[in-house]
Design a protein around this ligand. Structure first.
Ligand code: TYD
Length: 135
């Protein structure tokens, strides 16, 4: 079910010979209020980030620079999304196992989150994730 709610969202872009501009607004382009932003940078080649699920937190992920893949898994099916444009983002609802890999050199991932950081919202064991999805 949740994998059907995943969406690549095109953001506005103002092409300009002085340089391009894009933006994102909460409850407009993305379906949640933004409580937190964080970013991943200087990821060494071959490294993987993520490898967890959130109970309630939803995210919107943008490749501000470079490219990377996001692998989403609902416990039955896996889908890989490649991001490589700074005017596109991936909406990831809560309840999906998510991993990020294949980072290009100097890539920059911006993540907008619907909740403040809360370790209790994380499911860090894939076995626990599978058990929670069966219930
Ligand atoms: P984590 O979410 O496990 O990283 P990733 O999913 O990208 O592999 O976070 C790594 C560390 O950073 C962890 O110790 C918690 C801390 N952290 C915060 O303090 N605040 C945050 O908003 C995030 C995302 C992580």
């Amino acid at each position: 079910m949740k994998l059907n709610d995943v969406k690549i969202i095109n953001l506005p872009k103002f092409l300009d010979e002085r340089g391009n501009l894009s933006f994102v607004e909460e409850k407009n382009h993305i379906p949640f209020n933004i409580e937190r932003c964080y970013w991943l940078y200087d990821v060494p080649g071959g490294e993987e980030r993520g490898g967890h699920a959130y109970k309630d937190n939803c995210e919107f992920i943008i490749a501000l620079s470079g490219s990377f893949d996001i692998v989403l898994d609902d416990g039955k099916e896996k889908k890989t999304y490649s991001l490589n444009r700074s005017y596109k983002g991936l909406y990831v609802p809560n309840g999906l196992w998510r991993t990020m890999n294949n980072f290009s050199t100097n890539s920059l991932a911006l993540i907008l989150s619907s909740m403040k950081y809360d370790e209790l919202d994380y499911i860090r064991s894939y076995d626990d994730f599978l058990k929670m999805n069966i219930l």
